[in-house]
Design a protein around this ligand. Sequence first.
Ligand code: SGN
Ligand code: CA
Length: 538
Amino acid sequence: MSSLYCKKEAILLIAIAMVFIFGACRNNNSETNETPNILFIMSDDHAWQAISAYDSEIAGLAPTPNIDRLAKQGMRFNRCLVTNSICGPSRATILTGKYGHINGFYSNEITDFNSEQQTFPKLMQKAGYQTALIGKWHLGSLPTGFDYWDILPGQGHYYNPDFINSSGIYTEEGYVTDIITDKTLNWLKNRDEKRPFVLLMHHKASHREWEPALKNLGHFKNVTFPYPETLFNKHENMGTAAREADMSIARTMRIDADLKMWADTTLYQYTKVNTYDRMNDFQRKIWNDYYCQIKEEFDVANLRDDDLVKWKFQRYLEDYLSTILSVDESVGKVLDYLKNSGLDKNTIVIYTSDQGFYLGENGWFDKRFMYEISCRTPLLISWPNVVKPASVNNDIVSNLDFAETFLDVAGIRIPNDMQGESILPLLKGKTPSYWRSEHYYHYYAYPDWHMVKRHYGITTKRYKLIHFYYDIDEWELYDLQNDPLEINNEYNNPEYEKIKIRLEKQLEKLRLKFGDSEELQKLLLPENPDELKAKYTY
Ligand code: SGN
Ligand code: CA
C-alpha cells in the first residue's frame, strides 16, 4: 500500500469522523399508519426547463402531460439542487445520503462505487421492504441491496439495448425507454403483494446523443423553439472556467454524431458502433428515411456562423425533446397502472433527474457547472392524502436528502452519518425552523469530457459563491435576484464586498460541516491530467 494511499485513507477517515460529530439528530416524522410504497422515477439529463409543470416556454411547445400529473396531484419543488452535477456522483449521493468525498464516488469512471457501504435500499430491505432497480445505473460495480435488479451496462444504448441482471448480460429488441417501462410494469404485476416496495425506475433518456423512439421521429419538425437569451453569450462577464468549457452548441456539438447528419455510406465511426450497428434493417430504414432527408436539405442550405448555430439548436431540441416524449409516456403508463390497481392510494411517487441540463443557455449543452441550469434538478412528488395537490415548495432541497426522506417515509431510523435531511415535513406543508438556507456543491471531473474546471461553492436563496481551482484559482459571485441568468460575476465589485466576506465564512463552515477540505480535495486530484486531457479533447 503506497504512503499516498495511507494518507488518503487517513484524511477520509478524519472527514467521516467529523461528519459524524457534526451530524444532527435525525427526525423521524412518520405518522402514517400504513407503510407506503415508494416509486422513484429518475431520468438522465432531463432539464427542468423541459418539463411543462415548470412553466417553461420550451416545454410549453413540448408538453409533458403525464409528468405534470405528479405536480397536479402533489408538490413541485422549485429549488432542488444536486451536490455535484454529473451522473454517477449524483446517483451515489442519492443512494447513500452522502457527498462524493465521503461515499468515494466523486467523479464518473474514476473508481467503481463501493457497493459494500450503507445505502437506503439496503436499510429498507433489512426493514422488510421489497427493493427493485430497473434501468440506468452507471456506477461501475453491480447493485447491492436490491431483491431484483435489471440494469443497462454503463451509459446503455437507445436501440435494442443490452441489459445485465444477476444471470448475466443479454440483449432486448426495441427502444430503451419502452423496455424499461415494460420491465417496471412486469415487476409491479409480479411482486410480493404482502410486502411494501421501493422501486427505482431509471431511464437512460434524455442523455446524449438524444436518440428518439423511431415512432417519434419528426414529432417537432414544424415547431420553432424559442432561442435562449444567452445563446450567443461569450461569457465575458463570467470567468475563465465558462470561457474554456468545451460544451458549446457552436463548437462542440457534433453535426454528425449528435445531430445524426451522416449519410449511411459515410457513417460516423463512433455513432456507427453505438447506434447504427445495433438497429435491425427495418429500424435502420426508418432512421435513414428521416435523417437523410434532413441532411440533404442541410447540405443545400450551406449555413454559416449564427445561422448554423440556430439550426443546430433547433435540431438538438427536436431530438432531445423527442426522447422525452417516451419518458412522459412511460410515466403515464406507470401512473395508470398504480391507479387501476388501487396502489396509488398508498404509493409515494417521485420524479427527478440525475441533474439539470443546458438547452442552449450560455450557448451550451451538458451540465457540470454549479450554475442554476445544471445544478438545479426537477423534483415532483405525489402522495395522496399527505401531499396537498398542486402545492409548490421554494425551499432549498437537495439530492442529498432523498435517502433520508425515503427512510423517514418508511418509518426507518435515519443513520446519523447521512448528511442530508428528510423532506417529509416539507411534503406535509411545513418548513421546519432548522431547514437549510444554503447548499454546498463540489465538482471534480476535470480534465474530463467538456473540460469544466474543478469547483466548489455555496448557494443561498439569493447568492452564489464559487471557487474554481486546480489549474486556475478564480472566484465567482452571482446575485440571483439581480442577475437570474448568472452572467455577471460580481466577485470584484466593491458593492458586494460585505456579501462576499459573509459568503466566504459560510462556505468554510459548510466545508467543515460536510467534512470537505483543501487537503482532501488535493488528494482527489488526477494523477494523469495530460492523458485525460488528450482523451477528452475532440
Ligand atoms: C458521455 C457524453 C458526454 C457526457 C458524459 C457524462 N458524450 O460521455 O457528453 O457529459 O457522457 O454524462 S457522448 O458522446 O458519449 O454522448 S453522464 O450523464 O453520464 O454523467
Ligand atoms: Ca446524467
